[in-house]
Design a binder for this molecule. Sequence first.
Ligand SMILES: CC(C)(COP(=O)(O)OP(=O)(O)OC[C@H]1O[C@@H](n2cnc3c(N)ncnc32)[C@H](O)[C@@H]1OP(=O)(O)O)[C@@H](O)C(=O)NCCC(=O)NCCS
Length: 250
Amino acid sequence: MNKVSEIWDNSPAASELSENLVHIWKGRTDDSTLDVDKLHMEILSQEEKKRVSRLRSAKDKMRFIVSRSLLRKSLSHYLQAAPSEVRFTYNKYGKPNIDPQYHPENIKFNLSHSENLALYAITQNREIGIDVEYIRKVDKADKIVKRFFSKEEGEFYHSQPNNMKNWAFFTLWTRKEAYSKAMGMGIGLPTKEFDLQLVPPEVGHSNDIRAENKVSKWSLINIEVDSDYLAALATEGYDFEIYHWKFDNI
Ligand SMILES: CC(C)(COP(=O)(O)OP(=O)(O)OC[C@H]1O[C@@H](n2cnc3c(N)ncnc32)[C@H](O)[C@@H]1OP(=O)(O)O)[C@@H](O)C(=O)NCCC(=O)NCCS
């Protein structure tokens, strides 16, 4: 077992949250032992079923069904509700939130999936965003850097040796996405105009810059997931502990 997997504990039967805790859940979306039809029928809402019907490939359908089911399962640990009873609302940019009309606990969450992994960040009373990316070769990375990254981030990326460029790209990318997702704006946010770099290359995967980032109200934390993935978490404030849970299917 490598160092990365050691931080992930088996999921607890029940769990309590407070605003000083952030729970991150990790699951696989390609688990062939899961009864996907059963999850589809028994856990997803009508609206989510409609979304499944609009997806073209069997792979995308499975990924969405499993990802939503795991989301509902993780949230049901903190809400007085079964997975199928969790109700969502969506902001105008598409960010899902828990419907406060049905669930007054003010639980906040965000999720991200890439390749075969899904990550869920859950907390209380503070905005939160998470992004995970499978590390892959990116076509036209330089163009993307120019278009989406700030001047300083671009300089950081270009200063890396060739064998570190992919790492630098996805480190910056996941931080941008996590922050944009915490803000709830997705691509509505002018990503060039904020600078979330501040990652000394020697720190590698584990980099916690809570009090140092320029977006001072926010913590931006790289999350150790698996060797083929990079992930980042953004959340309001600095004063919290992070727990890492893994679903049984991982
Ligand atoms: C909508 C967006 C957030 C999705 O990001 P993605 O990397 O394609 O996908 P992820 O797997 O990380 O996240 C998808 C999940 O985020 C959630 N989500 C959707 N819209 C969201 C929003 N506006 N804010 C926060 N979360 C959102 C959903 O739960 C979605 O999962 P679902 O489709 O299964 O319901 C993304 O397209 C986006 O706008 N990105 C941010 C800004 C940007 O331009 N970044 C460029 C890099 S610098």
